[in-house]
Design a binder for this molecule. Structure first.
Ligand SMILES: Nc1ncnc2c1ncn2[C@@H]1O[C@H](COP(=O)(O)OP(=O)(O)OP(=O)(O)O)[C@@H](O)[C@H]1O
Ligand SMILES: [Mg+2]
Length: 268
């Protein structure tokens, strides 16, 4: 596989950085018990770029996204979204959670899952109309799942469910997309379908942040990386920050040397 680094060069935070960043965390510390699992993390996501959040299992990647969304409350730290407090701009964020975390114990049709993405447009009391259904169907179309609209979500395979959650995120028409391991356990065709949708979002000027485990595809898929293991380990363009040295520090030497050698990394 050829990993093209040059194509991704030059995607740095644009504008005034912090003030215009779609998502900025400052001093984020989160603890579920005694010990923080995310400690004093600063993160500035670049607008219009695709950023991979990378780190070992248990590094706090999902927690970081949840803190950014206000799903978990931090011990300390601040979140700004497009330069404003999270509460004011939360509606501009679409979130696709890590797959294992969603448990469908009641019957819900695929189309209804996607319609949930339209809740802002729909409000609480408004009836679902043809135009809403059309919009939801268009989003299913975009992820190649239109044929499954009437199926129960619980009856779909993991990869198919993942596509449906992406369709729900699309329905939200957000400006910032946070995805927790969108490619986990999906086959090559679904991975291609998902990356194509994410790249089209980027082409529309949207900002995409995804937790990503496959180091071999980082340079191909992403512009920027954020390396974390409880603390921030590195942040920058793939060309700047996706180095053997940074990976080694992030994974605490647990990546085999052979694994690192196979990656087309920037010189540390
Ligand atoms: N709800 C919770 N209650 C208690 N501990 C939790 C909770 N959620 C996560 N943790 C712990 O916090 C740490 C960070 O978890 P998190 O899910 O953020 O890691 P991650 O980097 O997303 O890992 P993975 O790659 O396995 O998804 C882990 O040690 C985990 O066991
Ligand atoms: Mg996780």
């Amino acid at each position: 596989m050829s990993l093209e680094l040059a194509a991704n060069d030059g995607v740095a935070p644009t504008g005034a950085g912090l003030a215009s960043s779609p998502l900025a965390l400052r001093g984020m510390t989160v603890s579920y018990g005694q010990k923080p699992v995310v400690f004093s993390v600063d993160m500035t996501i670049a607008e219009g770029a695709m950023t991979a959040i990378i780190g070992p299992n248990g590094a706090g990647k999902s927690t970081l996204l949840k803190a950014a969304l206000g799903i978990v409350s931090p011990l300390a730290g601040q979140v700004t979204v497009f330069g404003k407090p999270l509460a004011a701009e939360r509606h501009r964020i679409a979130y696709v959670p890590q797959r294992a975390s969603v448990d469908w114990d009641f019957p819900t049709r695929v189309i209804d899952v996607v319609l949930m993405g339209l809740y802002r447009e729909l409000g609480l009391l408004q009836r679902i109309r043809g135009q809403h259904r059309d919009k939801a169907m268009a989003c299913l179309e975009r992820v190649g799942m239109a044929g499954f609209a009437e199926r129960q979500i619980g009856q779909l395979s993991g990869g198919q469910q993942q596509r449906v959650f992406l369709a729900r995120a699309l329905a939200q028409e957000a400006d910032l997309y946070l995805l927790d391991e969108p490619f986990a356990g999906v086959d090559a065709a679904t991975e291609k379908a998902i990356i194509d949708v994410l790249k089209s979002l980027k082409d529309e000027g949207k900002t995409v942040v995804a937790v990503h485990h496959d180091l071999a595809t980082v340079a191909e898929y992403f512009d920027r990386v954020f390396l974390v293991n409880t603390r921030k380990m590195a942040e920058g363009t793939v060309a700047e920050a996706f180095s053997a040295e940074n990976l080694d520090r992030t994974y605490g030497g647990r990546l085999a040397t052979g694994q690192i050698d196979q990656l087309d990394l920037v010189a540390g």
